[in-house]
Structure formats: structure tokens, C-alpha cells
Design a protein around this ligand. Structure first.
Ligand SMILES: Nc1nc2c(c(=O)[nH]1)N[C@H]1C(S)=C(S)[C@@H](COP(=O)(O)OP(=O)(O)OC[C@H]3O[C@@H](n4cnc5c(=O)[nH]c(N)nc54)[C@H](O)[C@@H]3O)O[C@H]1N2
Ligand SMILES: Nc1nc2c(c(=O)[nH]1)N[C@H]1C(S)=C(S)[C@@H](COP(=O)(O)OP(=O)(O)OC[C@H]3O[C@@H](n4cnc5c(=O)[nH]c(N)nc54)[C@H](O)[C@@H]3O)O[C@H]1N2
Ligand code: SF4
Ligand SMILES: [Mo]
Length: 889
């Protein structure tokens, strides 16, 4: 851990799994750069990766175990906390059996942590009640892979995206969610413009900016679309007969099932609400192009027919024999950094370990023998949604939540709150001090975070990479594997005396090779990595499993016992809950470019808050008219399960009848913006994955008397404010506020809110009482300390201009006049909302440069004003601004 020597590690965010070089500088700051030797990113990082250095500070870190005493969480020693966990679990198991306790873990754990959690539950507690947030993420892909291939295998690799002649992105906003892969696609199209890109997504997303064809499919209808494609392929005679005959079974059944509803393309186009010409163009291009990669993500998985969506895609690849060869194949893009590692250790409630099956006695015996475990779980455990219901009903009495924030991320999230409130023992291991879930813990355990912990992760292309520590452990925080081993040992279980992640990885690797032959053969095999000593593990370079095999199934040998792939008949079905009179709109939820999930880390970086500062409801302008909600104002979205409030926007990409809300805001940073509370808890019958992309909702005005915002160097007390969002700024906090009560004395109210007492304070203000407009600025030693703007309408001054004043040591006369006027005086144009987070370039600056300098390409914009020149995450948006400028001209 010497300073100034770069440490090679892996990005803790998305499943692309980019290599990072982190350097501790003499002043303690961390310099983050892409690792040019890592095959996933070859030195590039997206905006979230490049801002990692800003998220590593001590703010909001959990540093000490806490135990609830007399209803209040109080600091405790590790000994006390661990005894409380071990003793609590032991007592509940003794009284009610092993299935009365559960673990709920995360695809953000390292493989080593995950391995221990799974071994602890399935081999020692003796229950399979361990599920993970991967249930919310990849479980439909897992189930689809197992049905088709016989094992949960991603057949291809990233290079296939560069070798393909056609790339189909289904339910994936790759530009924002897998930005480095998207950049690899963008680059290849610069050298090979003939490569076709098709995007299948109900929304017009940033990903569509590069697409030759965007199919805005009706939400939930992908199975019709791909069944229709299968029928088209059969009709056009492009079935790979030889491959199908020798290496698969079930095509006839799958085709027959597809023909029932999807034999007529015009009918399919009608159901999918697609332009039939556009849809047929896709079918024809797919039929005519051998090298096709179909990459898919949450628009596919998070559906009540998610597993069938996966198989309907795989069916088309199997039928054409396009799998496991360079430039072709179905490709599940994984979400979390270690979604894949979790599957390797069997972290889901219906899996064992090392790709062995829970319902197979031979497999159970294999794992139990290898572990020398006293027990082995013999039945699948509860899947996430069932698990929180079993907690609420009292069937499960203790839950240990590690590295996930279910109060925000689960569907029907208020149910999770009710469940945790009823639960006898709630243990939460996290790195952040304040999260919605933490608030319901009986025991809070501080974990080591990225940069402090050691272990491995596996990315979407089966590539294992090391995460390495480059910072000391903060406070009393400990690695998750360590805490799990400590609890297991305190419960009297042998087999947890590990002293390092290397020792755990070694056991995990050996299990993958154990009896891996004959009837027990599986492709997941870490042979070659099963005898690493500490030095070799430390030096482990990124590599795919099985070693040296970039692609699998190219030889036509699949993992089912007979070696054949299966076509799965996929009869299409509509999402369980359809819109009706009460709830006429379909709520779609997902991600924005610069935030990660519940924002416990990305929310700390000012650089990442400029792009989208607040939760929003994206709606079509005509629907907004219909439901009397207005752009810029607040609205309430509600379903039969719950409600949330956010600002109405017209992003331009939403079709009528739908709304889109981002998933990132929680009670920790906003009054009422947790969209999970609204989402229906419907799940896919095979995978148990929730239908996050389809909830019937209604929208109505959220009436307020005033809108306001505050920029303040110190935090505010928000008691009594009906609506608020807190945003991390550069040297200040920004608050967007709104209230439902009239304020009689705006001046007095503002002083109280900002905590400014006494006449001596340097407080300048302006009041237009009849209009209800108030502006005030609080200076300290000539420097801006706080400012507040109030108006009955959301027509408040530019935050980006005011934010820039916080960087100044002194306010000059023009600044002082400007702040009361609410606009800059003689300081040039306001930059507008951030587009390029790396260089802090705003929308207005880019638009002005495009017009004034007559720019026509993104490269020219970068050359002129730098925007887009670092990580490239904003290039799709710059392209959109160029397009808008062209249209306006
Ligand atoms: N910036 C950022 N990146 C991330 C994350 C993050 O939090 N922030 N999280 C990571 C994780 S864990 C994950 S799982 C991935 C998710 O990555 P993505 O799956 O790309 O992201 P989402 O925004 O959840 O949803 C993808 C798209 O599915 C579309 N969709 C909705 N319904 C349908 C449908 O019925 N059919 C089709 N075809 N499409 C539909 C939505 O409109 C949306 O644009 O992102 C990873 N990367
Ligand atoms: N409405 C809706 N909901 C969704 C989705 C959606 O598209 N729509 N997507 C779903 C998907 S795909 C996913 S993956 C989930 C993600 O949802 P979550 O997993 O709940 O979200 P995160 O914010 O990533 O939570 C990770 C938690 O772990 C903590 N943490 C970080 N590092 C460590 C560590 O090393 N150890 C420990 N112990 N804790 C750590 C963080 O502070 C944070 O509290 O959300 C799901 N929920
Ligand atoms: S694409 Fe961005 S978030 Fe994903 S691993 Fe790479 S740097 Fe991290
Ligand atoms: Mo995910």
C-alpha cells in the first residue's frame, strides 16, 4: 500500500468490469485512471468510474458496529455485536429450525464474501434461505440459460460485439448502463459503418442515438417479437438444419408454439405496436446476417415473462446456429460488478455452489462431502419477494442483509419496511452510515468498501479480475467474509477458519474442479486457478473461465446430459397487471447515466450530481395535458401498492401511455421519491424476478404553494418541509424544496431554515410580497455561505450559475447585485444543466458553441469546448444536441 504506486483493481460498479489504476497521492487524494492492460476497457473509464476518487471520503461511512438497545442504535464493540448476531441466529434456529433465518445478499459482494455466505447457510445452518439482489437483476437470464444450455453460461465475449455485423440491443440502455461496451460498439462502427445497430426499447434512450433502427416495442411484448422472428427465420429457410439436428432438440415444438400467435408478422407488429415495415426490416436484416449478437438486459429480465423473453431470444440464435462463434450469440449483459461471481458460488436460493444443483442428490452429496459439512440444504429457499413476505408473516424471524438496500430496491418496498419492522432480528452489513435499510437494523455492521477490501469479481464475459486494496481500513470496518466467518465460528461451525481471501478463493476454485467429470461434469471449472499461492493470487491477471476459452458451445456441445441445447416453447403472455381506468399508465423504471442504484456512493460525488439532480417523471406532453400535470412542477405517481412524488419532465423519449421514473432516490436524499414503493411485486413464475418495468399507475398534480431552492455550505434542518431533495454540490449542498402551506413571513422563514440568527449576519434579501417571490443571500467574510430563492412557480434562477459563486473567495459588487436579481450581471451565458460531467460543460454552453461555431460532429464539439473528450459517456447526448440544432436550423 505504498503511496504513489498505482494499484491495479476493478471498478465496483457495472458488470463491464473495467480495470482501474488507483494511486494514493502524497496529500491523501486518490487518482483514478483506466487500466490500459485490462481487456474489458483497455484504459477507458466511464463517468462513474472516473469519479470514483470523489466517493471514497469518510462522509457517511459506517465506522463502528451498532446494536439496538432500548429501541435506539448505540455504538458497540465487535465482540458484543458478533455475539448478538451469532446468539440471536442460534436461538432462533434452535427454537424454530434453520428455515426461520435468512441471508439477503448482493451481486456487489466479492466472490470470496459470497462463497462464505453461501457455505454458511447451505452447508452449516442447513437452509437455502439465502437470496440476493441478483434475483432482481439476472435471475431470468440464469433460468433462461439453464433451460436452453443446461448450465448458466454466457457463451460469448466482448470481442464478439466488435466482430459482429449486426448488434441487437434488447431492453438495454447500454449507452448509460454499460458505457464502455457502448463505446466499443461506437468505435467499431467508425471503422465499419456497415455494422447494423438495432435497439429494442419502448423508450427512445441515449442508446438509440447510434442506432440504425429503433423499435419502440410495446412494454412486455418482446416474446411476440422474437417468436415472430423465429417464424420468419423458418419461413425464409435460414434455419441451420445441420446444427439443429445434431446439437439441439425441441425446435418443432418451439416453432409450433410460436406459430399460434406469432406466425403472422402483421399481427405481431400490431401487438408490439411497431411499424410493420420497421419490424420486417429488422427480421430481414437478422435473417440475412450471420454474425449477429443479441445483447439484452433489464428490459428483458425484469418482467413477468422474463425467462421466456430470454429463451425466445436464445431460440433464434440456436435455430440459426449462431452461438459460440466469433461475432455471434445471445449475450446477457450483467448489471452488478459480481453478478457472475455470485452465480458461480451458487448465491441464489435455488442453486448450490460451483454450478451444482440443489435438487440433485448426487450434487448435494458432492458439495457436502467437499465441505465436510454437517448438513446440506435439500430444498430451494425463499426467493427475494417471497422472503420478505415470509418475514412479514413471521415465518422467517431473522434476516442478515449484506451489501444491498432492499427498502429502496425491492418492489412494493413499503412491504419490506413492514417486514423488517416485524422481524425479531435484523442485521445489516453496509459501508454507509445512513441508508433506508440501516434505519431498521437491530445490529449494524461496518464493512470494508471498494479500495479497502481484497478479492475477485467476474464480469459479463466470464472474466475474473482482482479488486485490490489501496487504502487502509476506516474505523472498525471489517471485510464481509471476515464477519461471516466470525459469526459462523461463534455459532460453533468448523470450516470457517480462513485467514485471507486467497484461502477462500482457493477452496472455491478446488470445489469447481471437485468430481468435475462424467455425470457431474460442468463447464464452470477453475482448473488452473485452484493452486494459487498468496503471491500468485495477489498478482492474478484478469482471465476468463474456463481458462483460455473466450467462447463456449461453438463446438455444438451443450451442458444438458445429452449434450444438446433445448429450444424452449415460449407462449407469449401479457404482463400480469394491465392498465385500467384507475391506473391508466404503465410505469417503467430504470437508471440514469451518472448515478449508481441507491446513491450511497455516487451520491457523494458533486461531479455526478449535475447531470440529473432530482428524481423525475418522464411523460409524453399529451399525457401531461390529459392528466393536468405540468413540466417543471411536481406530480404524484401512485399505484395499488404505493406512491412517490417527483418533478415532471418531457425527455422526448416516452410514448403515450407510459411514464419513466429513475430508481436512484431514497428517503436518505429525498422526501418522497422512492419509486420501489410504487412498483408491483409481480414476479416471473420461473425465475422469481420482479416485473420492475411494468406497473399500472396514475399521475396527478402534487399541489404546492411555493417552490424554493437553497445552496448552503452547511446542512439544513428540513422539519416541516413537505417536499425536498438534497444534492451534493461542489463545496455546498443544494436543496430543492416545495411546501404545501403558505408562508406568512418569508424573511423570517428563510432565516430560520438557514439557521441565520442575529442582526449582525451579512444577509441581503429582496421581497416581492404580492408576488410571493423572495431571494436572500447570506455572506460570511465576504464569501457566499448560503442563498435561498422562493417563488410560487418553479421559475427559479439558474442553479449552475449560483453554484459557480461558491468557488469564489469573495463576492464582487456585480455578484451581489446579481444574486438579488436572480441572474448574472455581465458574466456571459449561464452554462445550464451539466451534460459533460468530466469537464463540467453545461447544455447551454454546448448549444451556443454548436450554433456560433457551426459545429456538426461530436468530435468538433470536443475539439472546441472539451465536452465529451474524457470518458465519452456524454457523447450520445451531444449527438442529440447536434441533431436538435440541425432540426431547428
Ligand atoms: N449508470 C448506471 N449504470 C448501471 C447501473 C446503475 O445503477 N447506473 N446499474 C447496473 C445494473 S445492476 C444493471 S442490472 C444494469 C441495467 O442496465 P439496463 O438494463 O440497460 O438499464 P435499465 O435502465 O434498468 O433498463 C433498460 C431498458 O429497458 C427498457 N424496457 C422497459 N420495458 C421494456 C420491455 O418490455 N421491453 C424492452 N425491450 N425494453 C424495455 C427501459 O425503457 C430501459 O431503457 O445497469 C448497470 N449499470
Ligand atoms: N424499480 C426498480 N427497482 C430496482 C431495479 C429497477 O430497474 N427498477 N433494478 C434492480 C436491480 S437490477 C438491482 S441490481 C438492485 C440494486 O439495488 P441495491 O443492491 O439495493 O442497491 P445499492 O445501492 O447498490 O445497494 C448496495 C448497498 O451496499 C452497500 N455497500 C457497498 N459496498 C459494500 C461492501 O463492500 N460491503 C457491504 N456490506 N456493503 C456495501 C452500499 O452502501 C449500499 O447500501 O435494484 C433493483 N431494484
Ligand atoms: S463501464 Fe463505467 S461503471 Fe462500468 S465497469 Fe466500466 S468504468 Fe465502471
Ligand atoms: Mo442489477
Amino acid at each position: 500500500m505504498t503511496s504513489c504506486t498505482p494499484v491495479k483493481t476493478t471498478c465496483p460498479y457495472c458488470g463491464v468490469g473495467c480495470g482501474v489504476e488507483a494511486t494514493r497521492l502524497p496529500d491523501g487524494a486518490i487518482r483514478i485512471a483506466g487500466d490500459s492492460s485490462h481487456p474489458a476497457n483497455l484504459g477507458r473509464l466511464c463517468v462513474k468510474g472516473s469519479a470514483l476518487g470523489e466517493t471514497l471520503g469518510p462522509e457517511n461511512r459506517l465506522l463502528q458496529p451498532q446494536v439496538r438497545v432500548a429501541g435506539v442504535l448505540q455504538p458497540a464493540s465487535w465482540d458484543v455485536a458478533l455475539d448478538k448476531v451469532a446468539g440471536g441466529l442460534r436461538a432462533i434456529i434452535d427454537a424454530h429450525g434453520p428455515d426461520a433465518v435468512a441471508l439477503y445478499v448482493s451481486g456487489q459482494l466479492l466472490t470470496e464474501d459470497y462463497y462464505i455466505a453461501n457455505k454458511f447457510m447451505k452447508g452449516y445452518v442447513g437452509s437455502a434461505n439465502i437470496d440476493t439482489n441478483s434475483r432482481l437483476c439476472m435471475s431470468s437470464a440464469v433460468a433462461g440459460h439453464k433451460r436452453a444450455f443446461g448450465e448458466d453460461i454466457v457463451p460469448g465475449c466482448y470481442e464478439d460485439l466488435e466482430l459482429a455485423d449486426m448488434i441487437v440491443l434488447v431492453g438495454s440502455n447500454t449507452a448509460w448502463c454499460h458505457p464502455i461496451l457502448f463505446q466499443r460498439i461506437a468505435r467499431i462502427r467508425e471503422s465499419r459503418p456497415e455494422v447494423k445497430l438495432v435497439v429494442i426499447d419502448p423508450r427512445r434512450t441515449a442508446t438509440c442515438e447510434l442506432a440504425d433502427l429503433h423499435l419502440p416495442v410495446k412494454p412486455g411484448t418482446d416474446v411476440w417479437l422474437f417468436n415472430g422472428l423465429l417464424c420468419h427465420l423458418a419461413k425464409e429457410g435460414v434455419i441451420a438444419d445441420d446444427f439443429v439436428t445434431r446439437h439441439s432438440s425441441g425446435l418443432d415444438e418451439a416453432l409450433a408454439a410460436a406459430h399460434v400467435d406469432c406466425g403472422d408478422p402483421l399481427q405481431v407488429a400490431k401487438i408490439c405496436k411497431l411499424d410493420p415495415h420497421a419490424m420486417l426490416a429488422f427480421y430481414q436484416a437478422f435473417a440475412a446476417t450471420r454474425k449477429v449478437v443479441t445483447a439484452f438486459s433489464q428490459g428483458v429480465n425484469q418482467s413477468s415473462s422474463g425467462t421466456d423473453k430470454v429463451n425466445s431470444i436464445i431460440n433464434c440464435h440456436l435455430a440459426t446456429g449462431r452461438i459460440g462463434q466469433p461475432g455471434m450469440g445471445p449475450f446477457s449483459l450483467t448489471g452488478q460488478p459480481n453478478a457472475m461471481g455470485g452465480r458461480e458460488v451458487g448465491g441464489l436460493a435455488n442453486m448450490l455452489a460451483a454450478h451444482l444443483e440443489l435438487d440433485n442428490p448426487l450434487h448435494r452429496d458432492t458439495v457436502q462431502t467437499f465441505w465436510d459439512a454437517p448438513r446440506i440444504a435439500s430444498q430451494p429457499g425463499l426467493k427475494a419477494v417471497e422472503l420478505f413476505h415470509a418475514i412479514e408473516s413471521g415465518k422467517v424471524k431473522a434476516v442478515w442483509i449484506i451489501a444491498t438496500n432492499p427498502l429502496v430496491s425491492m418492489p412494493d418496498a413499503d412491504q419490506v419496511r413492514r417486514a423488517l419492522d416485524k422481524c425479531e432480528l435484523v442485521v445489516v452489513s453496509d459501508i454507509s452510515a445512513q441508508s433506508d435499510t440501516n434505519a431498521h437494523a437491530d445490529v449494524l455492521l461496518p464493512a470494508l468498501g471498494w479500495g479497502e477490501k481484497e478479492g475477485t469479481v467476474t464480469n459479463s464475459e466470464r472474466r475474473i479480475s482482482r479488486q485490490r486494496a489501496f487504502m487502509p481500513a476506516p474505523g472498525a470496518a471489517r471485510a464481509d467474509w471476515q464477519v461471516l466467518c466470525d459469526v459462523a465460528t461463534r455459532m460453533g461451525y468448523a470450516g470457517f477458519d480462513f485467514t485471507s481471501p486467497q484461502a477462500i478463493f482457493d477452496e472455491h476454485a478446488r470445489l469447481s474442479t471437485f468430481r468435475n467429470e462424467g455425470a457431474l461434469a460442468r463447464l464452470f471449472n477453475l482448473a488452473g486457478l485452484d493452486k494459487l499461492d498468496a503471491a500468485q493470487y495477489d498478482a492474478l491477471a484478469p482471465q476468463q473461465w474456463p481458462q483460455g476459452r473466450a467462447r463456449l458451445f461453438g463446438d455444438g456441445r451443450f451442458a444438458h446430459a445429452d449434450g444438446r441445447a433445448r429450444f424452449v416453447p415460449t407462449a407469449p403472455r401479457a404482463p400480469r397487471n394491465a392498465p385500467d381506468e384507475d391506473y391508466p399508465l404503465i410505469l417503467n423504471t430504470g437508471r440514469v447515466r451518472d448515478q449508481w442504484h441507491t446513491m450511497t456512493r455516487t451520491g457523494k460525488a458533486a461531479k455526478l450530481s449535475g447531470h440529473v439532480a432530482e428524481a423525475f417523471i418522464d411523460i409524453h406532453p399529451q399525457d401531461a395535458l390529459l392528466y393536468s400535470v405540468r413540466e417543471g412542477e411536481l406530480a404524484r405517481v401512485s399505484s395499488a401498492w404505493g406512491a412517490m412524488v417527483a418533478r415532471v419532465v418531457h425527455g422526448g423519449g416516452i410514448a403515450r401511455g407510459q411514464v419513466f421514473v429513475p430508481i436512484h432516490w431514497s428517503d436518505a436524499n429525498a422526501s418522497d421519491a422512492r419509486v420501489g414503493a410504487v412498483v408491483n411485486p409481480v414476479v416471473d413464475p420461473v425465475s422469481g424476478e420482479p416485473e420492475f418495468k411494468h406497473t399500472p399507475v396514475r399521475i396527478e398534480q402534487f399541489r404546492v404553494h411555493w417552490h424554493a431552492f437553497v445552496l448552503s455550505r452547511t446542512p439544513l434542518n428540513l422539519d416541516g418541509v413537505a417536499h425536498w431533495t438534497r444534492i451534493q454540490g461542489e463545496q455546498f449542498l443544494r436543496y430543492e424544496l416545495a411546501g404545501r402551506q403558505r408562508i406568512a413571513d418569508l424573511g423570517a422563514w428563510a432565516r430560520t431554515l438557514l439557521g441565520v440568527q442575529g442582526e449582525e449576519a451579512d444577509w441581503l434579501d429582496y421581497l416581492d410580497a404580492s408576488a410571493g417571490v423572495y431571494r436572500a443571500v447570506h455572506l460570511e467574510a465576504g464569501r457566499i455561505a448560503q442563498c435561498v430563492y422562493v417563488s410560487p412557480r418553479p421559475d427559479l434562477p439558474s442553479r449552475s450559475w449560483l453554484a459557480s459563486l461558491f468557488a469564489h473567495a469573495q463576492m464582487d459588487a456585480a455578484d451581489r447585485a446579481g444574486v438579488l436579481l436572480g441572474q448574472p450581471i455581465g458574466k456571459g451565458v449561464d452554462a445550464g444543466p451539466t451534460v459533460c460531467s468530466c469537464f463540467g460543460v453545461g447544455r447551454n454552453t454546448i448549444c451556443a458553441a454548436i450554433v456560433e461555431q457551426k459545429l456538426t460532429t461530436t468530435a468538433q464539439v470536443t475539439a472546441c469546448i472539451k465536452a465529451g473528450g474524457n470518458c465519452g459517456s456524454c457523447v450520445p447526448e451531444i449527438r442529440q444536441l447536434l441533431f436538435e440544432a440541425r432540426s431547428a436550423a
